[in-house]
Design a protein around this ligand. Structure first.
Ligand code: F6P
Length: 544
């Protein structure tokens, strides 16, 4: 990679760009904001507060072209088996294809099957929301408990929270993912079995956390008034694995399917989005799909230099590969987007947390940064200290809706002000002379003043993107998620890694299964001294 012409040109550019400050760039480029901002699918991206100029952006465009981003994009949308280690196509974009065109895998149009599941979801969702779907005691459903983990949890949980403003007044959504029984027990303690619908969501229907929670939910239901005959009114499954669903005891008429060409972390557009549709209604779910489709069209049609996902991706490559940034902070200025950082952690880090290329050779450049964050303004009173004055360069993505869903006066103005202020403060910083003047004006002087100066200096020149959403509507949220999905894909192409497998999660699962048997006394194992000691203590606790 490092030897390619575009990478070398960027390495040289990095040296010549040196410590050029963003403020200098704004001073010499009066139209920088107009040029380095764009609209797509209803979103507005300001990427002018980045440590780069036109030449650098041009070189990043060259790198994207040289790495074959356009061809890779065509391969993905064309249904090619680009997930080579699992020999699968990657066609989540078909799930939100709102047009008439066919989308094919192995010459087979997948759209009829996609539309068929959507139609079944639509009927089911409306029956539950309108009250036609009744529990075993003849009552309407009031609580939906989604049991799933990873991609079968994070997407729907994040979106349901984001769209809390359009929730059905009778329905409360709960999400149980952790195998820690406190999670399920906490939810079961709050719901009425006669009025609860369980959605068991698992692509494979083998995931230990989900299967354990589903079995416990089923036992709780049977022990609290439910019956085998009533399971069909209270348990539905979302999966690709009909055999396992049937083995679990869920009627296949209550199963909503999807396909192996939908990766878990890209699955919220499939039946995995059932809780979203139950919460916002089927028309709302379709609006979410439409927002994502709008972003898909933009990603496919826009030239690389004016392509929002490509721009976000290439700026990420720039900071990671050329500026030494090891992490990216995501700061949604919206309490409703509180789970967005967690969702993006799976999307970005499970996709691109790899260190071998598609052909299995070690990568020669850094890949995915650590993704982390919390909603603003809370983060400002916690870790923003480090963003402003810490030793690491940490780019930030600020994300804020322009319109609020609540009617509380004054709040949204302050939220927007804080969001804009933070990106500005990170960029402009505060120099020693400004600090001196400020402290002098407050009455300090001499040694006391000088002792404080270094502590109150802000180095500035810390980059960020600001993404404005028109609102927190399904359509805006759909566009936002699709934007990050495509960003992740483009970065994987640049880094020559497979974004669609996740072998890195397997080893821990295998070892946990063996240790689980040892803790149950069903097996004996040989371990390193540390693990052996911990197993002994855990056994004592379990048996004591
Ligand atoms: O953690 C690994 C993983 O396979 C994720 O990729 C996936 O989203 C999650 O487990 C859940 O998998 P499933 O939907 O098959 O239960």
């Amino acid at each position: 990679m490092k030897t390619t012409a575009a990478w070398q040109a960027l390495t040289e550019y990095r040296l010549s760009f040196g410590d050029t400050r963003m403020c200098e760039l704004f001073a010499t480029e009066p139209d920088r904001f107009e040029r380095l901002s764009l609209r797509a699918a209803g979103l507005f991206l300001d990427y002018s507060k980045n440590r780069i100029d036109d030449r650098g952006l041009g070189l990043l465009g060259n790198l994207a072209r040289e790495r074959g981003v356009e061809q890779a994009r065509a391969a993905m949308f064309g249904g090619q088996r680009i997930n080579t280690t699992e020999n699968r196509a990657v066609l989540h974009v078909a799930l939100r294809n709102r047009g008439e065109q066919a989308m094919e895998v192995d010459g087979q149009d997948v759209m009829p099957a996609v539309r068929e599941v959507l139609a079944r979801m639509g009927s089911f969702v409306e029956a539950v929301r309108e009250g036609a779907w009744r529990g075993y005691a003849g009552e309407t459903i009031t609580d939906v408990v989604n049991i799933g983990i990873g991609g079968s949890d994070l997407g729907p949980a994040m979106v349901c929270q984001a769209l809390q403003g359009c929730a059905h007044p009778r329905l409360t959504m709960h999400f149980v993912s952790n195998i820690d029984g406190d999670h399920l027990a906490g939810v079961l303690g709050r719901v009425d079995p006669a009025r609860t619908l369980f959605v068991i969501a698992s692509k494979t229907f083998t995931t230990i956390e989900t299967m354990t929670n589903a079995a416990s939910a089923r036992s709780w239901f049977l022990a609290n008034g439910g019956s085998e005959a009533a399971i069909a009114r209270h348990f539905v499954a979302v999966s690709t694995n009909a055999e396992r669903v049937a083995d679990f005891g869920i009627d296949l008429a209550n199963m909503f399917g999807f396909w192996d060409w939908v990766g878990g972390r890209y699955s919220l557009w499939s039946a995995v989005g059932l809780p979203i549709a139950l919460q916002v209604g089927f028309a709302g779910f379709e609006a979410l799909l439409q927002g994502a489709h709008d972003m898909d069209r933009h990603f496919v049609d826009a030239p690389l230099e004016a392509n929002m996902p490509v721009i976000l991706a290439m700026l990420g490559v720039w900071y990671r590969g050329f500026c030494g940034a090891g992490s990216l902070s995501v700061a949604p200025y919206a309490q409703a987007l509180a789970r967005l950082p967690a969702y993006l952690q799976q999307l970005e880090m499970e996709s691109n947390g790899k260190s071998v290329t598609c052909s299995g050779a070690p990568v020669t450049t850094p890949t995915c940064p650590v993704i982390w964050g919390e909603p603003g303004t809370n983060g400002q009173h916690a870790f923003f200290q480090l963003l402003h004055q810490g030793t690491d360069l940490i780019p930030v993505d600020f994300i804020v809706p322009l319109r609020a869903g609540h009617g509380l006066p004054g709040h949204h103005r302050l939220l927007l002000a804080n969001c804009i202020a933070q990106s500005k403060a990170l960029m402009v910083g505060k120099c020693a002379d400004e600090v001196r003047a400020e402290l002098g004006a407050s009455g300090l002087s001499g040694e006391a003043l000088e002792a404080l100066v270094p502590h109150r200096v802000f180095p500035g020149n810390r980059p960020s993107n600001t993404l404005l959403l028109p609102d927190l509507s399904p359509r805006s949220i759909g566009a936002l998620i699709a934007l990050y999905e495509h960003k992740v894909f483009v970065q994987s192409v640049i880094w020559d890694i497979n974004a669609f497998d996740q072998w890195g999660v397997e080893l821990g699962k295998q070892i946990a299964s063996r240790i689980g048997a040892e803790l149950a006394g069903e097996a004996e194992g040989q371990h390193d001294a540390s693990s052996q000691g911990l197993i002994a203590l855990a056994r004592q606790a379990l048996n004591g």
